[in-house]
Design a protein around this ligand. Sequence first.
Ligand SMILES: [Fe+2]
Length: 258
Amino acid sequence: MVTQLRNVLPAEQSAEVTEKDQHDGPVLPVATEPVGNAGRVLQLDGSECLKIHGSSLAPAAYRVRKCDTGDMATTFTRMDESTAEDWSVIGKETMEHQGRVADSVLAMLRSLAEVTDGFAVDQLTHCLQTATLAERAGADDDVVIASLCHDVGKAVSVPNHPQIAAAILQPYVRDDVYRMILVHQDFQGRHYYHHFGGDPNAREQYREEPWFALAEQFADEWDQIAFDPAYDTLALEHFEPRLRSTFASTRLGVIAAS
Ligand SMILES: [Fe+2]
């Protein structure tokens, strides 16, 4: 299986990584286009020797070390001294730790239980209730998980929370769902901007967008009514498996090997 990291990692981290037979050891990185060494195959075996086409190099001869955690780490101290082999190691390590994205998003969501800011329910309950309403309306998984995460940016900063949430979601959901979250405050404005001089029709600037109807449904039917302490709101655990699945791979390129 070849896992494509291009467009997933920053450009300087892009590399193709292949997964060796899982029956006989760890995933082995393969640099398919290493600079100046086309086709070399790197193997990191149990003795920590690097093998290049059958020739073993002593650890000092290559620039990979094993951390106390068992993870592999490169040793370059400047980007301009890095090699394709270094990036193969980084790509492999990045893929293996992709699960921390879901862990971080879940932690941010849980932290919203401490954020009320004057609303009738805390922000975690609001997010859960929005996702519950979306799910019960028959929304697909991308929309449900985006609904769950739509205000997760409030864990960092309220004024720009839509942009924060949208940026977190962008690699992992469809573009129309990303757009729905990015501008959701302008759609919500229909229901409250008039209280402080804002334009309740701010959403109209997006009228011709193909995702307008979805963003409207999100704001009007789910988000703006999700402040009811008496509503039968589903728990975070209900959504967790789908959240983990959503953040395990990107729409730009598969990260998690399966
Ligand atoms: Fe909201």
